[in-house]
Design a protein around this ligand. Structure first.
Ligand code: XMP
Ligand code: MG
Length: 183
């Protein structure tokens, strides 16, 4: 279906159906791993919201949910390396098992920062779940415990991921046409 959003997409990487199936599998794995415990999901705004909403529904556990908002990108396609907290946790996490839910692990700056930050706040364990992993972008030694898909070295959008705040509402994940961000 052509519309003003899909016109800017060079190529679809993962369809709605592929994402649904993969998220369901990840939910089952996480539910098995955390069975009998009460983990605290920490969704990272804004990119993770679509993934988070689907993941926790695929994960029938007794669990809590918090959101954090961090930023390191000022409308650019490369990380600045600096991470700032724009919205922090609203509860004590001392002794809790945390499950960080991210949209994409790219340079690793965001998750390296969050791991340190949440460890310092007394988390008992930190598990990283990322919908996408882009190993070619890595600057910090961070790896995720659960990865939805490994993506190539291109700027990807959709299913929560944005470019300059647009395209988050695409139901699939695609590569943006370079002319969109070069113009
Ligand atoms: P880092 O580089 O800190 O990235 O691992 C974390 C955040 O950067 C954003 N990011 C992207 N967003 N397409 C996007 O829409 C991409 O290809 C991309 N790479 C990094 C994203 O918000 C992520 O949470
Ligand atoms: Mg993000």
């Amino acid at each position: 279906m052509k519309n003003e959003l899909t016109n800017d997409i060079l190529k679809v990487l993962y369809t709605e159906e592929q994402i649904r199936e993969r998220v369901r599998e990840m939910g089952e794995e996480i539910a098995e791993r955390f069975a009998g415990t009460r983990p605290l999901f920490v969704g990272i705004l804004k990119g993770s919201v679509l993934f988070l909403a689907d993941l926790i529904r695929a994960c029938p556990l007794r669990c809590d949910l918090e959101m954090m908002a961090v930023s390191s990108y000022a409308n650019a396609t490369k990380s600045s390396g600096r991470v700032r907290i724009n919205h922090d946790l609203q509860q004590d996490i001392h002794g809790r098992d945390l499950i960080i839910v991210e949209d994409i692990l790219d340079s690793g700056n965001t998750l390296a920062f969050l791991q340190e930050y949440l460890k310092a706040k007394g988390a008992a364990s930190i598990t990283i779940v990322t919908l996408l992993d882009k190993p070619s972008g890595r600057q910090k030694a961070v790896s995720a415990d659960y990865v939805g898909f490994t993506v190539p070295d291109a700027f990807v959008v959709g299913y929560g991921l944005d470019y300059a705040q647009l395209y988050r509402n695409l139901p699939y994940i695609g590569i943006l046409k370079p002319e969109v961000y070069e113009s």
